[in-house]
Design a protein around this ligand. Structure first.
Ligand SMILES: CC(C)(COP(=O)(O)OP(=O)(O)OC[C@H]1O[C@@H](n2cnc3c(N)ncnc32)[C@H](O)[C@@H]1OP(=O)(O)O)[C@@H](O)C(=O)NCCC(=O)NCCS
Length: 213
């Protein structure tokens, strides 16, 4: 390599910034269902069927949301995360939080839990609960960041390997002071996404965030 080309290599290597990826939030739609099923398969080995997802999409008591990622390189946006809870009486029962394996550790899981809790708060729900495998340390760590605590254990809850489930619980979602907690958590979540080069789409996220002001 001559001096000039080496110089260009160094300069372009240094100044080249990673492309921004646009992140949008929306409910799952029919058109994106195959991608959601694919993500479900990768994350849970097929937790819900096509019919199961359609039932959730039609139910007013189910909040089923996705994050879509769009980069200049990609032809169409991809589903990179899924999240769902059921509103049962005054409780948000979180059924799914799943992030595309190629996008993990980039703040998407945290953002999805925040979105679900914010939605539950806006519905006036009082608490959130969920079951998680005792071995799922990453999910347990994620939920504990949002104040979830262990409320109990279900023995041999998972049929595939007979593993126990921890029941996690987070109260106080309906309290006025929870708004401030949500606002603080959003700042941390947003900053993390930005450092990971996500461009957060204001039109889909802002309606949520304005409620907190
Ligand atoms: C659990 C899951 C949703 C986390 O998504 P993610 O986008 O990688 O998580 P984030 O980057 O937002 O990380 C947020 C927090 O989660 C925890 N976490 C995530 N991955 C972790 C790992 N591999 N080890 C330990 N903690 C981890 C940490 O507390 C992290 O915060 P920190 O980085 O400040 O320590 C993802 O691993 C996943 O989809 N797993 C498979 C499906 C699943 O188990 N879902 C949960 C049960 S419903």
């Amino acid at each position: 390599m001559g001096c000039a080309s080496y110089f260009h290599f160094v300069i372009f290597s240094v100044v080249e910034l990673p492309a921004l990826k646009r992140l949008t939030l929306q409910p799952l739609t029919d058109a994106l269902l195959p991608e959601a099923l694919n993500l479900d398969q990768q994350c849970f080995g097929g937790l819900w069927t096509d019919e199961g997802y359609r039932r959730e999409m039609a139910s007013p008591n189910s909040e089923l949301l996705i994050f879509l990622a769009e980069s200049e390189a990609a032809e169409a946006p991809n589903v990179v995360a899924l999240g769902c809870y059921w509103a049962i009486l005054e409780e948000a029962h979180i059924t799914i939080v799943a992030v595309d394996p190629t996008h993990r550790r980039g703040g998407l899981g945290q953002a999805m839990v925040w979105v679900l809790l914010n939605s539950a708060h806006r519905r006036g729900l009082e608490r959130a609960t969920l079951e998680v495998r005792v071995s799922n340390e990453s999910a347990i760590a994620l939920y504990s960041k949002f104040g979830f605590q262990v409320a109990g254990q279900r023995k041999r809850y998972y049929q595939d390997n007979g593993e126990d489930a921890l029941i996690l619980w987070r109260g106080g979602l309906h309290k006025p002071e929870y708004q401030h907690e949500l606002a603080n958590q959003w700042e941390q979540t947003r900053d993390r996404l930005i450092t990971k080069n996500w461009h957060i789409d204001p039109t889909t996220f802002e309606p949520l965030i304005l409620v907190l002001d």
